[in-house]
Design a protein. Sequence first.
Length: 172
Amino acid sequence: MILMSTQPDPAQFGEELKELEVGPEHRFSDWPTASIPSFGAGVYTIWRNRVLIYAGMSGRSISANTLKRSKPHGLFTRLKSHADGRRSGDQFCVYVADRLVMSGLSKTQIMEIADGRLSFDRLIRTYIHDHLTYRFVILEAGGQARALETLIRAGSLAAGRPLLNPLNAQEN
């Protein structure tokens, strides 16, 4: 049996891919930026200098017919969660902790975290704010956002696959 790839066509997202690689860059230390709407589906890329660190999406349940909520929902809340730096419920922050922050900790810091005298989440937040930036695009529906995120994680940007969440060949 031959499995068919469900990989979306990069041509349908040409402008969005360009925006996510070379469009306006926002610092997490400046969160929230006025340009990000409080409601909507979208895709984002996270960068450390010119290195693509992570690609994500939010607003899976949003469609063109979804009524706007009064509370923030979608891309805004996802990026806010990342900016907060808390590992609980945020896979991106777990990846940052494990792959980017932990290797830079001293033995003293590790002991202070273990003793409860130092907040690991605070160190993660500081790392995110000091070193990482993001770009984003808003899309009409969550399905489009999922397709675009898949393309980026599979390596459709010139920067290649993201460091923390590349799409493996088995996931295509």
